[in-house]
Design a protein around this ligand. Structure first.
Ligand SMILES: [Mn+2]
Length: 388
């Protein structure tokens, strides 16, 4: 892309106040570094990896990166290893035609990774994808890392944009669009659908803009020029399955409130329903005098015959850092890796049961197993909420 088309796309923007100062949207050094890395890899294939259970922020941001990369003649495949769980995410992918591929680990192992010259991590740092070890053994370098979670490990990508102060990765990608990396055209259906997806990603990571910062609002304002409001409405109208409603009900009836923290274990659930956990946490947070909610359950992953304790934390308390809270409550595994982490006001954790997975055909055994893990997780959380 040459300079004249860039400056043109900036002045053509229909939001005059935003087009005045492109440097404010994106620091000039960042813009140049991003442009250089894209130019260096022109003609190559890249693998975009998003977390195993992708959310709208990751899905839409990965798509925006793919469209930008295409301008530089880079072909990208967007992949995830787990399941699309939340009803809104399924609707988002279907209704916008979001080009994402599911690569369960066993299938990923059969793929020829040598066609890719590098991988791109968007809205994650490799810690939430089962594909990470595979990428390592294939010696695929990390070319680009764009995320808003705090730094999780030293990855040394060729280009890195980690900004924890920004509430959504979709905001960061929107800034790239706005800086001229892709000239949006409202007659291009992919552009309309991608900006709609970004609007959804940005809203969902900012609690419907309630936690948005100035930069998130500015990005939303820019997207508002292009996105399809009625398409977004259809995505948001998607309804919950009965099984998800049942998990929310269990979350409600099993909750225990101590010092304004609501804690609830919801028992066993299928991998395809795991998004019911953060939804239950969101719901428990609406009770009066509750500032923080933690919901967890035992998720059975049929594809990999694995069981994982999956938990979700939501908080309104400004002084509570979910990242710190989760790391402090559960510590690290034997390899020194944390079981989870977070961004402001939301966090998640995953504790794989490994050897202890399976053999739940016997109902009594399964019940006993849940009781033990429930008590163990609850104790760790309660100890942190109230050490006395
Ligand atoms: Mn995000």
């Amino acid at each position: 892309m040459n300079n004249s088309t860039q400056s043109e796309s900036l002045t053509v923007s229909r939001e005059p106040s935003l087009s005045l100062c492109p440097e404010f949207v994106l620091p000039i050094q960042k813009k140049q570094a991003f442009q250089q890395v894209l130019e260096r890899h022109s003609g190559e294939h890249q693998l975009i990896i998003i977390q195993d259970f992708p959310d709208p922020d990751a899905l839409s941001s990965a798509w925006a990166y793919q469209l930008i990369a295409k301008q530089y003649n880079i072909d990208c495949d967007i992949v995830y290893a787990g399941t699309l769980s939340h009803q809104e995410n399924i609707a988002l992918v279907k209704l916008t035609g979001l080009p994402v591929h599911r690569w369960p680990l066993e299938m990923a192992k059969t793929k020829d990774l040598s066609i890719y010259s590098g991988c791109v991590l968007i809205d994650n740092q490799g810690t939430t994808s089962q594909l990470t070890p595979l990428i390592h053994s294939a010696k695929l370098p990390i070319t680009v890392l764009i995320d808003h979670h705090s730094l999780q490990k030293d990855l040394h990508p060729e280009f890195c944009d980690i900004r924890p102060q920004i509430k959504a990765t979709a905001t960061i990608l929107t800034q790239y669009l706005q800086s001229g990396f892709l000239e949006l055209d409202d007659s291009e259906i992919d552009h309309i659908n991608c900006t709609t997806a970004l609007m959804h990603g940005l809203r969902s990571d900012t609690n419907q803009l309630r936690q948005a910062t100035r930069e998130d609002f500015l990005a939303a304002a820019y997207l508002s020029n292009y996105y399809d409001a009625s398409l977004l409405d259809s995505v948001l109208r998607s309804s919950r399955s009965k099984r998800v409603m049942d998990v929310i009900e269990r979350g409600l009836s099993n909750r225990q409130v101590l010092d304004n923290v609501s804690i609830s274990g919801v028992g066993f659930l299928r991998a395809s329903d795991r998004d019911a956990i953060p939804q239950a946490a969101d719901f428990l947070l609406t009770e009066e005098n509750v500032h923080t909610a933690v919901v967890y359950g035992l998720v059975h992953d049929d594809f990999n015959e694995l069981e994982i304790i999956v938990g979700s934390l939501r908080t309104n308390k400004i002084t509570l850092d979910p990242d710190e809270f989760i790391k402090e409550a559960f510590g690290t595994d034997a390899t020194g890796k944390f079981f989870g982490g977070g961004r402001s006001q939301a966090g998640g954790f995953e504790i794989p049961l490994g050897f202890l997975s399976g053999f739940n055909e016997n109902k009594d055994y399964a019940e006993m197993k849940w009781k033990v893990f429930d008590a163990q997780v609850k104790q760790k959380l309660l100890r942190l909420v109230n050490p006395d």
